[in-house]
Write a protein that binds this ligand. Structure first.
Ligand SMILES: [Zn+2]
Length: 747
């Protein structure tokens, strides 16, 4: 799905330390890497969240920055529209927000709340920017939540007290992912809420918070039937209960952390967390409350690290190095522009390898993140080489032995290596710039300040990252270092002995355990950063399979996304919707050759939602309707995965326990996952259970293939390759064939 799923595989030195030092293991069993998404104020934090999650947006939601009651119920609505939530003051649009609107270039801006919060002047300003706007605002927060709910299709309802924010916030990512409306109430039910309940008669009612905030008596008096109540003695325990109860909803190993004291940074973050399929946890400023701490520890997965894409053993091709001169550190950005999303801040005086230069920007990798840094804050030193050829080495005008000779550089001369092309280095000698053969150059160590690698070999890493929403004034550095495992929590409950880290007992070399949290290293692709399309060899999927093997079967192919919904995007950029369609077309050819009848949810670049504004749920429901009406035997949904961490690679196949044919679906998922891994040799992330809309609402055995990560440059390139697309199609066919050949035993 376009929903980002993240698997952070960066090597964390603190974890290796934790595993080797018993005291630290006991004192602080958390060892996540953290990333703070924060601006100078709440307006800027919302902008940072938007920049992190959206390259563009068809719809943007605008809220007044003090007006939590109107925005707190907006998460499922915003997720449905894939719309970032931006904050502004109420009488005019903050200039930084104007800039962000220009970057996102939406078709429409939705103003949340009445004209008392976002004043009519804002409407005028939007019109001045040639932006269409709409307003959703009831007479009070309760009615606003009802108006937002009416934009969704759901047979469920979440009820939370709207007089304070934490309970609704705790349920927000669950509501966002599952597309369940959040209805706000007071201790007495507002008339608008009673009416909504009567009109929609939801099948499932989840109540968030205890008796004090949402009294059962009040609900039963109005004929509300509570299916589940999730409430603790305080906001943190309620938060932990909600996340724990709904943990099957979350497919990410990442977590988002927001303040339980103040709301503004959290609201915008709930949409990003939902998009990322990750839970949102609440915390105090200076420590992690025990209930939340336990959830974080439960959520922490450990696995062998992927190979570093930029190993420090000298095999990388970067030649130049830069030392950060900015005293406050230097931002590593996703794109070579000062508006590019900040991936991480590289500390002052750090030395980094410079891979490539574009205008005033250098490409570099820091802590497994690859991005761009401004050349203005770097002292650049080139790598040096010493000429080893006994008779000296010719400097030529082109990187080729047939290039004209400019001058001969004597043996043992030290030269600056400016660039590299294949086996040739670019250098300057006696004011002449040209190329020398790398075969006769010994690289010299020029970089004494290079970060030293830890003495302890690192063989594990925490799979997952904590995104901290808001600055240190809201969630302090001490709390952050607790999460990183560097200091101890002051709560004695957090000092108890937690179960030992999983990889201490699991052998990663034994893939038969079938634990998808462990990836056998043998399945990892080589640490490639550049893609050679010629390495992709076309397979013959029909080998060993009888002709017309799928004769009589009807298979529905569902290429994910389409039309205005581009799906996830890759760095180049490329778009998921195009890759899924290309694989679907190849699958059509293969299945037809095997005698199957093929039908599509879409066979061109369209959405199944014909209304405006675009609604993801309507699009998905359209696909489900087509499938269920078609009486297809199988439903195959094709997607690309994506992660905020561009190093993550691999393939997953999903099935849903809510599908009426859940066992067949699981069997199909296992069969297809195995055939795909065998064929395209991606990281095996395993068959997985998930409640994806198209999987739980279709009536036939259904799977969803997350082919590979479009967010990873290497897999992005593979996804573009027609040979790869055909091989994926061939593998799906083999998986389907094996599914029929090895049926489930009769119950
Ligand atoms: Zn997708």
């Amino acid at each position: 799905m376009a929903l980002l799923k993240k698997l952070i595989l960066s090597v964390i030195t603190s974890l290796a330390f934790a595993l080797c030092t018993p005291f630290i293991t006991q004192a602080s069993p958390l060892a996540f890497s953290t990333e703070r998404i924060a601006g100078q104020d709440r307006v800027e934090t919302a902008l940072k969240i938007s920049q992190k999650g959206w390259d563009s947006a068809l719809t943007v939601i605008l809220c007044e920055y003090n007006d939590y009651p109107d925005s707190i119920a907006a998460t499922p609505f915003a997720v449905n529209l894939n719309a970032p939530i931006l904050l502004t003051k109420g009488d005019s649009i903050d200039p930084r927000v104007v800039k962000e609107l220009q970057r996102l270039s939406p078709d429409k801006v939705i103003l949340l709340g009445g004209t008392a919060c976002l004043q009519p002047a804002i409407e005028k300003e939007l019109e001045g920017l040639s932006l269409q706007w709409d307003r959703i605002g009831g007479i009070d927060r309760y009615e606003t939540s009802v108006l937002l709910a009416k934009q969704l299709f759901s047979d469920s309802m979440i009820l939370a007290n709207g007089d304070n924010f934490p309970d609704a916030l705790s349920a927000a990512t669950f509501a966002g992912i599952k597309q369940i409306p959040i209805i706000l109430t007071s201790t007495t039910l507002p008339a608008s809420v009673i009416q909504y309940y009567q009109e929609t008669a939801p099948k499932h009612l989840f109540v968030i918070g205890g008796e004090v905030v949402v009294p059962t008596k009040e609900l039963t008096k109005n004929n509300f039937t509570i299916e589940t109540r999730l409430g603790g003695y305080d906001r943190y325990e309620t938060n932990a209960k909600v996340v724990s109860f709904m943990k099957d909803t979350y497919h990410s190993n990442d977590l988002f952390l927001a303040s339980g004291i103040t709301f503004p940074d959290a609201v915008a973050g709930t949409v990003l967390a939902s998009k990322s399929n990750a839970p949102l946890l609440l915390t105090e400023k200076d420590d992690i409350p025990p209930a939340v701490y336990s959830i974080m520890r439960e959520h922490m997965k450990v696995e062998p690290p992927t190979q570093d894409s930029n190993p420090s053993n000298g095999t990388n091709s970067s030649l130049n190095q830069g030392k950060v001169t900015a005293s406050g550190g230097l931002n590593l950005r996703e794109t070579p522009s000062s508006t590019g999303n900040v991936l991480i801040t590289i500390p002052a005086a750090a030395t980094i390898d410079l891979i490539e230069k574009q205008d005033q920007w250098y490409k570099t990798t820091y802590q497994s993140k690859t991005g761009w840094v401004s050349a203005d804050y770097l002292t650049v030193t080139s790598k040096m080489g010493v000429i080893s050829a006994s008779g000296g080495l010719n400097l030529r005008d082109t990187p080729s032995s047939s290039g004209s000779m400019l001058v001969t550089i004597p043996k043992d001369t030290s030269v600056e290596l400016i660039d590299q092309q294949g086996q040739w280095y670019k250098t300057t000698y006696q004011s002449k710039t040209g190329w020398i053969s790398a075969d006769y150059v010994t690289l010299s160590q020029t970089n004494a300040e290079k970060p030293t690698t830890p003495a302890t070999p690192i063989n594990l890493s925490v799979n997952g990252q904590v995104y901290i929403l808001g600055g240190t004034g809201i969630i302090g550095s001490y709390a952050q270092t607790i999460i990183e495992g560097k200091v101890s929590s002051k709560y004695t409950d957090n000092l108890k002995t937690f179960p030992s880290l999983p990889s201490e007992i699991k052998q990663p070399t034994d893939p038969s355990r079938g634990d998808d949290d462990i990836t056998p290293p043998a399945d990892n692709p080589p640490p490639v950063t550049t893609y050679d399309p010629s390495k992709e060899v076309l397979i013959n999927p029909f080998e060993g399979i009888p002709a017309q093997a799928l004769s009589g079967k009807t298979i529905m192919i569902d290429p994910g996304h389409g039309g205005p919904d581009k799906g996830a995007s890759g760095p180049t950029p490329t778009y998921e919707k195009n890759n899924t369609l290309a694989i679907a077309m190849a699958l059509n050819d293969t299945l037809k050759q095997a005698g199957a009848t093929v039908i599509f949810t879409r066979d061109r670049d369209v959405s199944l939602c014909t209304n405006t504004p675009y609604s993801e749920v309507e699009d998905l429901q359209g696909r489900v309707n087509l499938a269920n009406q078609s009486k297809a035997d199988l439903f195959i949904s094709i997607h690309n995965d994506a992660s905020l961490n561009t190093n993550v690679q691999g393939t997953s196949t999903y099935y849903s326990e809510d599908n009426p044919k859940q066992y067949e679906s699981q069997h199909l998922a296992v069969s297809i996952q195995s055939a795909v891994i065998d064929t395209i040799k991606t990281n095996n992330r395993g068959p997985k259970q998930s409640g994806f809309y198209v999987l739980r609402n279709t009536t036939m055995p259904s799977i969803l293939l997350e082919t590979a990560f479009i967010s990873n440059p290497y897999e992005e390139a593979r996804l573009q390759n027609p040979t790869f697309q055909k091989n994926v199609a061939g593998a799906i066919f083999i998986g389907i064939y094996n599914y029929y050949k090895n049926p489930l035993p009769e119950a």
